[in-house]
Design a protein around this ligand. Structure first.
Ligand code: FEO
Length: 413
């Protein structure tokens, strides 16, 4: 990619990354962009940094060269957030010029020293502090802690109305054909991009939904013209991303959207028979359905669907007196990411003994998930007609409860 001017004196430098697991665990089927920004006043600052996943910022150096900017000429390194996808380049930069001034929050300083060795060229900033780069570029800093780590700040350029938001208002998905703005995508591409944004939010930020909601409200008060995140595309209509992020944050406590996610696993095909039946019943209903098989589908993919679903169906056999293990693992992750207050239904096969319910109850209680379950359907071995009928009734009841919950709590409440 080439450097892109996005406002007077402001340039985006980005690198697309793919074929990695984000944070070492989340699959990113459509890749992700790592975005850095140059602000040129009388002094030059760089906001966050792009580098290889191994911490080598060769791509950043190449982009700077295209702009005829030497690393030595950059006075300030503004680190909105110290996670190494944004800060991994600092160690290399320091070797070129040890006099760089790193700008970040108090908590960022602690992490900076821990990650890359003690650095006294640090300017500590927080809510309301400013940095004047000259030529009208006065930067305001705002505290937006825990979006993503406790150290996170946002940087707002008062001249151009550009909000450098780092992880906040970001998304998975690559930058394609130098189209760096969301509004440059076709309608179809925007639908796909929203899915990537939900994947990003649910996988990376979900556990901090409350803080994301607060940060969104705070940023909405600023005269923002451009939202320039650390990942994904730039928003020229800030209110759109503020509205979207506010909705995603609200999904944690439910109700979410009028959607059902069916998560299933089967050892020898007996639970699978019941799943196929449930899917047919769901297809007769006017509701969006996501179906994921575990462990084939990754945690991140299941979480993406569950995040926006008001209803969840769990279908799995009992395994050694407990739940089918991949289901237990996925549920733990949904709980840790705070997928709360869902309507739910469970069915599945057992052999010599049950036991899934006990483990399910333990996880739900320990993680305060507050899922409201319809009476489960368990069957010995393969499902009989009468079992399938009970599943049909359960699925239909769940659809009804999902629609009622949204009607009463979301639209009217
Ligand atoms: Fe993009 Fe939390 O780092």
């Amino acid at each position: 990619m080439k450097p892109m001017k996005i406002a007077e004196g402001i340039y985006q430098l980005s690198v697309n990354v793919e074929d990695i697991l984000f944070e070492g665990l989340w699959e990113i089927p459509k890749g992700v962009s790592l975005n850095s920004y140059i602000i040129k006043g009388e002094k030059t600052a760089i906001v966050d940094g792009v580098c290889g996943w191994d911490g080598v910022p060769e791509s950043l150096y190449a982009l700077l060269e295209q702009m005829n900017i030497t690393p030595e000429s950059i006075e300030y390194l503004i680190v909105n957030h110290m996670e190494p996808d944004h800060s991994g380049w600092i160690e290399s930069f320091r070797k070129i010029n040890p006099d760089f001034k790193v700008v970040g929050s108090k908590k960022a300083k602690m992490l900076l020293d821990a990650f890359y060795g003690k650095d006294d060229n640090f300017i500590c900033v927080g809510e309301g502090d400013t940095l004047d780069l000259g030529k009208g570029h006065i930067l305001n800093f705002i505290d937006i802690p825990n979006v993503h780590w406790p150290d996170t700040i946002g940087t707002f350029d008062t001249l151009t109305g550009t909000l450098f938001s780092c992880d906040a208002f970001g998304s998975f998905g690559k930058i394609i054909d130098d189209r760096i703005y969301v509004d440059e995508l076709s309608k179809e591409e925007q639908i796909t991009y929203e899915q990537e944004t939900i994947r990003y939010f649910s996988n990376v930020l979900a556990a901090f939904s409350l803080q994301a909601k607060k940060a969104t409200a705070k940023c909405s008060e600023l005269p923002v013209k451009l939202v320039a995140p650390g990942h994904g595309l730039i928003w020229r209509n800030p209110e759109e991303v503020f509205k979207a992020y506010s909705e995603y944050a609200d999904c944690s406590k439910g109700p979410a959207r009028e959607e059902i996610t069916l998560i299933w696993g089967s050892m020898y095909g007996m639970t699978r028979k019941a799943v196929e039946h449930a899917v047919k019943v769901l297809e007769e209903e006017d509701i969006v359905v996501h179906v994921h098989e575990v462990p084939k589908d990754s945690w991140g993919t299941v979480l993406t669907s569950a995040w926006t679903s008001t209803g969840i169906i769990l279908a799995m056999p009992t395994y050694e007196f407990k739940m089918f293990p991949p289901m237990g693992a996925v549920l733990e992750e949904l709980g840790k990411k705070k997928v709360y207050n869902r309507k739910a239904f469970r069915f599945g096969s057992y052999g010599w003994s049950g036991g899934a319910q006990k483990e399910l109850d333990e996880i739900l209680t320990r993680l305060n998930m507050n899922w409201d379950f319809i009476e489960p359907v368990e069957f010995l071995g393969s499902p009989l007609e009468e079992d399938l009928e009970k599943i049909r009734i359960g699925v239909k009841e769940l659809v009804k409860q999902v629609k009622d919950k949204i009607l009463t709590e979301k639209h009217i409440g």
